[in-house]
Design a protein around this ligand. Structure first.
Ligand SMILES: Nc1ncnc2c1ncn2[C@@H]1O[C@H](COP(=O)(O)OP(=O)(O)OP(=O)(O)O)[C@@H](O)[C@H]1O
Length: 627
């Protein structure tokens, strides 16, 4: 038997293939697969690496893959190969690949993930209990307000009752967390026993922001000037977690060495309600794990902004769920149905933004609509709060980086002394330094290359060392901002956590991070922010954080943001979702560092990940799910 190590004819490999695809090609040939199958398998693997869960064989370039479209005879030949299964293939006897009736070609694991997700989603949707919600309760939770600004929020709170799965989406500042808090109260209301609630997010930073928002929301409910929450609701409010920030990996008990989750159907998450924020970052495999690990009788609430970048790993599950569950699909739009009390839908899209910065809302909307003209107008209307700086050359980038670096260098808080500050007393200079960092952030579309975060960080640090009179090339110096890039459960530091290096009076350096806040007893006590420090050499893998990728910024917000795009308008990386994710991190003002052509591509090019989750859900929907 040949194992495919023989010389292959020249031109067997496509240029885009990585070593993995080349190895897979040889493996297929070595196992008596045809060259056609070897080629398709390699393209499917590359598609998986780029985030698609399936390869659309008859799609050609439209499918997002460079693989030429296959004709019917080729597709039929593939289907006949022993290594290629069909949707009817018994899950207990795996085959390497699956081809479905619509011409989607899968790696086996992706196919199984999709089936499991679609089945679990439908089971959860079907198992909703009929619960009557008292309109008075909704009025109480919204302090009697019932106007257009809160119509969708009220709808979500009404509809979540009795659900085993609920999806809440909306852009920045539309009140997702505010609504989740009220949903949690409503879910607890009919229960005769205290319910266990777990909240989590894909990154440590996002989880931290979630609990912080919940904490603020709880305070607002308690202290509302006119209509504070009545006493009989307060135990339910207390029961909403506001101090423990769990990453999704942690919630699922991820075991990195085996690459499995400890929590599953046999040993589920011990919670009656599980909330996962920033769900756009959840990939297909993770959603499968989550659906498996939430008890069938528990409620899973997925919250996120479906217009944002999808997960790094394969899948676009939030978008798929929104597509499949959208009550407005084919109808007049769910705004028209907002007041319909008998509505049974389990997806709500929040649209009204509560942020004062309407100019940012307009900019975000223009990007999401793919409307370059509207973006230009919105940027102009935002006056000093939005700037487009055309950057087409490394020289121009250098000038902007220099300007940016000088602003950072003048931020005194970043160089404050941490003298006398202990982990317990944390506050003061540490809090001020971390807050100062969150005021300005440079976000890069790319990681590598002259326009990538790594190079830009180097340029900023070079400049900062000069401005701050530090030795050139010194790795650690007071004021250095770092971001953790790998979870470290022992240290309690997570991917995305940002820290600042500060020196005490003796020049000893420590890197400071914000930890979960202390929960403080008593209704009116503000939970104290908590800070922890580490010796620089004790940190888990990290990078400098003066410039980070847009991907890494997901789940974080900053007052002032600059978004840097590479000038190459042909770059695959440029997309509306990328631009929107970057720009929507800004709370006050935004700069777009981008050449005109690159910006136009980013606005107009929308990423459509290939996969079959939405189709599988639609199929199961048509199969007679009770409404
Ligand atoms: N119904 C409401 N009435 C008044 N203010 C509201 C309401 N809902 C939300 N807000 C305010 O809008 C702001 C954003 O709310 P929230 O943090 O819940 O939104 P979000 O969608 O989770 O935002 P982000 O995307 O920034 O995480 C908060 O200041 C909140 O108090």
């Amino acid at each position: 038997m040949s194992y495919g190590f023989d010389a292959l004819p020249a031109g067997s490999f496509a240029e885009a293939w990585r070593p993995l695809e080349r190895a897979l090609y040889r493996w297929v040939i070595g196992h008596q697969g045809s060259t056609l199958l070897a080629r398709v398998a390699a393209w499917a693997s590359l598609a998986d690496g780029r985030g698609d869960t399936a390869l659309w064989l008859s799609g050609g370039v439209e499918s997002g893959s460079e693989m030429p479209a296959l004709n019917e005879a080729e597709i039929a030949a593939l289907a006949a190969e022993p290594m290629v299964g069909s949707p009817d293939t018994d899950a207990a006897t795996p085959v390497p690949f699956v081809l479905d009736a619509d011409g989607r070609f899968y790696l086996w694991r992706n196919y199984r993930h999709e089936v499991a997700v679609a089945d679990a989603v439908m089971r959860r949707r079907d198992q909703a209990d009929a619960v009557t919600v008292a309109e008075d309760d909704i009025d109480t939770l919204f302090h009697g307000i019932d106007d257009n600004t809160v119509a969708q929020q009220r709808l979500a709170v009404r509809r979540v009752a009795g659900r085993k799965l609920f999806v809440l989406t909306g852009g920045p500042g539309t009140g997702k967390t505010t609504t989740v808090l009220r949903m949690l109260l409503m879910l607890q209301r009919p229960s005769s026993r205290p319910l266990t609630i777990q909240v989590a997010a894909p990154t440590g930073k996002a989880a931290q922001r979630l609990v912080q928002s919940l904490r603020e929301g709880k305070q607002k409910l308690r202290r509302h000037a006119d209509k504070p929450l009545p006493a009989d609701w307060l135990p339910l409010l207390e029961n909403v977690p506001d101090h423990e920030a769990l990453t999704l990996h942690r919630l699922l008990g991820y075991r990195p060495y085996d690459n499995v989750f400890a929590r599953d159907a046999k040993d589920p998450i011990p919670a009656d309600i599980v909330v996962v924020d920033e769900a756009s970052m959840v990939d297909l495999a993770m959603l499968r794990g989550l659906l498996d690990a939430v008890r069938p009788d528990a409620t899973l609430i997925l919250v996120g902004d479906a217009d944002q970048l999808t997960s790094v790993a394969a899948g676009s599950v939030l978008m798929d769920l929104v597509t499949a569950m959208d009550p407005a699909a084919g109808e007049g739009g769910d705004e028209e149905r907002a007041g319909d009390a008998t509505d049974t839908d389990d997806l709500v899209k929040l649209r009204h933004s509560f942020r004062a910065e309407q100019y940012l809302v307009d900019i975000n909307q223009a990007i999401n609509a793919g409307d370059a003209g509207a973006l230009q107008l919105a940027m102009a209307a935002a006056a000093e709060h939005a700037r487009h700086i055309a950057i087409d050359t490394p020289q121009e980038l250098g000038r902007q980086v220099e300007r940016w670096s000088k602003r950072i260098a003048k931020t005194d808080e970043l160089r404050a002394s941490s003298d006398g500050v202990t982990d317990a007393s944390g506050k003061g200079p540490v809090e001020a330094a971390l807050d100062a960092l969150a005021r300005r952030q440079l976000l890069c579309a790319m990681r590598e290359g002259p326009y990538g975060a790594t190079a830009v960080n180097q340029a900023i640090e070079h400049r900062l060392r000069k401005e701050w009179d530090e030795e050139p090339g010194r790795e650690w110096y007071p004021g250095r901002a770092v971001i953790i890039v790998r979870n470290d459960y022992t240290a309690g530091l997570f991917n995305g956590d940002v820290g600042i290096c500060l020196a005490d009076a003796d020049g000893h350096l420590r890197v400071w991070f914000e930890g979960s806040p202390e929960s403080v007893a008593g209704d009116d006590a503000q939970p104290a922010r908590r800070f922890r420090s580490f010796a620089p050499n004790a940190l888990p893998p990290h990078e400098s954080a003066f410039a980070i990728t847009i991907h890494k910024s997901q789940g974080s917000e900053y007052a002032h943001v600059a978004v840097l795009l590479p000038p190459d308008a042909e770059s695959r990386i440029l997309s509306r979702q990328l631009l929107y994710t970057g720009v929507s991190r800004a709370k006050r003002s935004v700069e777009l560092w981008a050449g005109d052509a690159a910006l136009a591509t980013a606005v107009t090019h929308s990423v459509q990940r290939q996969g079959g989750v939405a189709a599988k859900l639609a199929q199961r929907n048509d199969g007679g799910r009770s409404p």
